[in-house]
Design a protein around this ligand. Structure first.
Ligand SMILES: Nc1ncnc2c1ncn2[C@@H]1O[C@H](COP(=O)(O)OP(=O)(O)O)[C@@H](O)[C@H]1O
Ligand SMILES: [Mg+2]
Length: 371
């Protein structure tokens, strides 16, 4: 039993089921991020927790009390939307305390709560202004203040940063993380941005097509994705996917593939599992993240399983702190992440280092991870 339990929850609109048996148990103080492409059902699930959509089957419980059918105002949750939905004719202060006033909280208490929240969010100097006189980031802060002031059991955020420009988005991300660290509130946060998911969450539910594809810590999701969808959705640039054949030689297991001149290459796996061995002689999809395909000097020095491949660089993209380099392995265009001053140029051959300790393997038919 968790603090917030989503128990086999499904949602249908008419005859169309858009959420299929979602099962997530959130502990008190967790920061759960629901991430996935547009239309995968994130907002629908969040709205079901909030009580803005009813639950077709299954149960949602908060502190063990069944919420199905409970009015949103009686769930002790607070929600922050992408559109801040502030009242334009009220001041910032009034916007923040309006909900408390509706709940009959006396003025001295409201003022105290408002002052605390304003201090926390550093909006003390804005309290007398109207929303129209605020920047996008300030409005977002006020919307968060309005939610915070109610001291809810659970905070729900639906893409709260998507209307902000890139720099502000990163700043606000840090603010939200700080807020969570300081207050320890239970948060469910929806985003389509995988970086936001990785940086903010204590756990991530990766969704696609109304299914939770994987539920785990950011590290679990990143290092051991359950399937090809999760592997390619999380991480930027995307994980490289290389066609290979499994070869077993005694205790050693190799991914056999070819370089960009058609020459055979054999990449030895680190700690091959029995599951992987059972694929002997079969085609698999080898997954190598860009940071595991580097220049030789840039390879992880602690790794005991680094393989080298001589290949031609097709494109270089200097990104300041790193240089991204494109090359072809096993017929697939792959992106490597090299040191900024790695000696590479388009059209020239270089030696790539592949960190096989981080390699993952998928069954090309079921798309499930094997190793
Ligand atoms: N009121 C509705 N009536 C019918 N279908 C809906 C309604 N709301 C959402 N949907 C459908 O449910 C699916 C999930 O939508 P949504 O939860 O908004 O996705 P996300 O927030 O992940 O982008 C989509 O296919 C969408 O078209
Ligand atoms: Mg949505």
């Amino acid at each position: 039993m968790g603090f917030l339990d989503i128990d086999n929850a499904t949602k249908s609109y008419g005859s169309v089921e858009v959420l299929h048996k979602v099962d997530i148990s959130v502990q008190e103080g967790e920061f759960l991020v629901l991430v996935g492409p547009s239309g995968c059902g994130k907002s629908t699930l969040l709205n079901m927790i909030a009580g803005l959509e009813d639950i077709t089957s299954g149960e949602i419980r908060i502190k063990d009390a069944v919420m199905n059918g409970v009015h949103p105002s009686n769930r002790n949750i607070a929600m922050v939307f992408q559109s801040y939905a502030l009242y334009p004719n009220m001041t910032v202060g009034q916007n923040i305390t309006f909900g408390l006033e509706m709940h009959g909280v006396p003025k001295p208490e409201r003022d105290k709560a408002m002052a605390d929240v304003a201090k926390l969010l550093q909006i003390e100097l804005l309290l007398e202004r109207k929303p129209g006189q605020l920047s996008g980031g300030q409005r977002q802060r006020v919307a968060m203040g309005r939610a915070l002031v109610r001291n809810p059991d659970v905070f729900l955020f639906d893409e709260p940063l998507s209307n902000l420009d890139a720099k502000l988005r990163v700043d606000m991300r840090t603010e939200i993380k700080k807020l969570h660290q300081n207050l320890g509130t239970t948060i469910v946060y929806v985003t389509h941005d995988q970086i936001e998911a990785m940086t903010l969450s204590t756990r991530i539910a990766v969704m696609n097509g109304g299914y939770v594809q994987q539920l785990g810590t950011p590290k679990e999701i990143y290092d051991t994705p359950a399937n090809l969808f999760v592997a390619t959705f999380m991480g930027s640039p995307s994980m490289n996917l290389i066609d290979a054949n499994v070869r077993v030689d005694g205790n050693a297991v190799y991914a056999d593939t070819h370089d960009d001149k058609g020459g055979e290459i054999s990449l030895a796996f680190f700690e091959p599992s029995a599951g992987l061995k059972s694929y002997e002689g079969q085609a698999v999809t080898l997954g190598i993240r860009p940071e595991s395909l580097t220049d030789v000097e840039g390879a992880d020095q602690r790794s005991t399983h680094v393989e080298q491949v001589k290949n031609t660089v097709t494109v270089t993209e200097p990104a300041g702190s790193d240089t991204f380099v494109t090359t072809t392995i096993g017929g697939a265009e792959c992106v490597g992440r090299m040191r900024a001053d790695a000696d590479v140029a388009a059209g020239r051959e270089t030696t790539f280092a592949i960190n096989m300790e981080k390699a993952v393997v998928f069954d090309p038919k079921t798309e499930a991870r094997i190793l």
